[in-house]
Design a protein around this ligand. Structure first.
Ligand code: MTE
Ligand code: MO
Length: 496
């Protein structure tokens, strides 16, 4: 029988886990701050949240959008804090990679070395033992350890639950929030009761982790800090003074990583976006790009009120277009195409048969709604204008000037987003002119907006004016691939 001791790999894994879990918790708070409300139902209807972490109230007499609901959390609890969702997402996803790698190595080593018995019971006897242990704790006493093992019964079961249930649960509920996963496997999201239920459960998983951490630290204090800490440093009970110094040193290093990540993000977000983004982009491309939307929600599932992000253009030019029912609006398609065109709304409609899709919309902020969109598949427009061989991306430009709408961001200018041709040609990539059976409402992007059903919402430009085919996007805006990428440092190619 393997002795259940504290081999070096187990000790290293333990401290790596502390690093990644704390990074996940802080960056998770940043993501929560951007829409600090939790729902069970996928329409995220205002007022139906079961929990809220904001005191803000929204106006009832004028249009507000979900950007108005965003909170600014302190860097003490959020990474990096101060309304930097783009940075929070980068840190969350990079920590996910680190944490999963740590977890996979841990489980492989547990089973490879026979150490798995520290968590997997030898017999059902563990159940009454754990129950007795619990009663012992409740009477303010310490239960006996299992013979020859480092844990008592209830501890053994708790660790097993955290490692084999809670950790995978967080990974699975996290994946259920990826628009690409939801678009390709709608049944998977239903397993959790929907997109918002998955988000709420992911949050409850966080609460469970926090409770575990508090009890874990309390238990160490109760059972004898010095000895247990020495086991986690040297693998045996010796030099408790040195062990304490070493664990303090490790904790200080972890705090330093947090401080450095926070400072780097708050002061050099472009560099964080580039460095972490380079890694994340590759992983996303391999893991999520193949997931093409196959959604087909029922009419009954449509949200009574689809939420809104972004405020309609307030220029006189736009208002004049709107007053005349967009009769004078036209779409310019140019750049690297063999046949540049200028199309009225009617001409655009005439290019191909209307396609209708009922789909789940995922905002990067975390809310969702289900809508029905009608329009022209973008690939039909592409077939019409015939991209030149050197064309690789589409730049979709909006009529909206964001200097007014997102003054907290670094720059103004027109809203635009860049997508690549592969995404543009997918079956659910649509230039929508209709919604829920009627004309596209102004707040949702009239007269024309983009729908890309396996990406996060900010890619879906509303109030479109122009589409340009380009070979690269470095010279557009600040070169990051879109207005949000340029100005609030979001990741591009947002399949999660
Ligand atoms: N022009 C423009 N398009 C935009 C936005 C914006 O602010 N301006 N917001 C984006 C974001 S973040 C989301 S979630 C969706 C929201 O679409 P909806 O308002 O129709 O729900 O629009 C996207 N398109
Ligand atoms: Mo969004």
């Amino acid at each position: 029988m393997t002795t259940l001791d504290f081999p070096a790999w187990l000790r290293i894994e333990h401290w790596l886990n502390v690093l990644f879990l704390t990074l996940l918790i802080r960056s998770g708070h940043e993501i929560l701050a951007t829409h600090p409300k939790l729902y069970w139902r996928d329409d995220s209807r205002p007022g139906t949240e079961w929990a809220r972490f904001t005191r803000k109230t929204m106006p009832t007499d004028k249009l507000y959008d979900t950007l108005d609901e965003e909170e600014s959390y302190s860097p003490v609890i959020a990474l990096p804090g101060r309304k930097m969702l783009g940075m929070g997402r980068h840190w969350h996803f990079i920590s996910v990679l680190g944490w999963i790698a740590t977890g996979v190595a841990y489980i492989a080593l547990l089973f490879g070395t026979g150490q798995w018995h520290r968590y997997i019971p030898y017999s059902w006897e563990i159940v009454p033992t754990a129950w007795n242990d619990l009663l012992t704790y409740l009477s303010f006493d310490l239960p006996p350890l299992l013979p020859g093992e480092p844990l008592d019964g209830i501890q053994k079961l708790t660790y097993a639950a955290v490692i084999f249930l809670l950790a995978p649960f967080q990974i699975l509920t996290g994946a259920a929030q990826s628009p690409a996963v939801e678009a390709r496997f709608p049944w998977y999201v239903r397993l959790f009761g929907g997109r918002q239920a998955a988000r709420s459960l992911h949050f409850l998983g966080l609460v469970a982790f926090l409770a575990f951490i508090v009890v874990h630290v309390a238990m160490i204090a109760l059972w004898g800090w010095g000895e247990l800490n020495a086991l986690m440093i040297f693998g045996e009970v010796r030099d408790t003074g040195w062990a304490n110094a070493a664990s303090l040193g490790i904790l200080a290093a972890i705090v330093l990583v947090h401080v450095a990540a926070t400072e780097w993000s708050l002061h050099h977000p472009r560099s964080v976006q580039r460095v972490l983004g380079a890694v994340l982009e590759k992983v996303r491309h391999v893991a999520l790009r193949p997931l093409v939307s196959r959604q087909d929600y029922s009419r009954a599932a449509l949200s009574p009120e689809h939420r809104v992000n972004g405020k309609p253009p307030d220029s006189d030019a736009y208002k004049t277009l709107a007053v005349h029912g967009f009769a004078d609006w036209c779409l310019d398609v140019g750049g690297l195409v063999e046949r540049p065109v200028r199309l009225s709304l009617d001409e655009l409609r005439g290019l191909g048969e209307a396609q209708t899709q009922r789909v789940l919309h995922n905002c990067v902020q975390g809310w969702s709604s289900i809508g029905e969109w009608t329009g022209l598949p973008l690939r039909e427009l592409l077939d019409h204008v015939r991209p030149m061989p050197e064309a690789r991306y589409l730049c979709v430009l909006s009529l909206q000037d964001n200097a007014r709408d997102e003054p907290s961001a670094d720059g103004g200018g027109r809203f635009y987003e860049v997508i690549d041709l592969e995404l543009a040609r997918q079956s659910h990539t649509l230039l929508a002119y209709g919604m829920n059976g009627g004309a596209l409402p102004i707040k949702h992007g009239a007269p024309l907006r983009l729908r890309i059903e396996n990406q996060v919402g900010f890619k879906m430009v509303k109030w479109i004016e122009r589409i340009e085919l380009v070979s690269s996007y470095d010279v557009i805006g600040r070169g990051a691939g879109g207005w949000r990428e340029d100005n609030v440092y979001y990741d591009k190619d947002v399949a999660i």
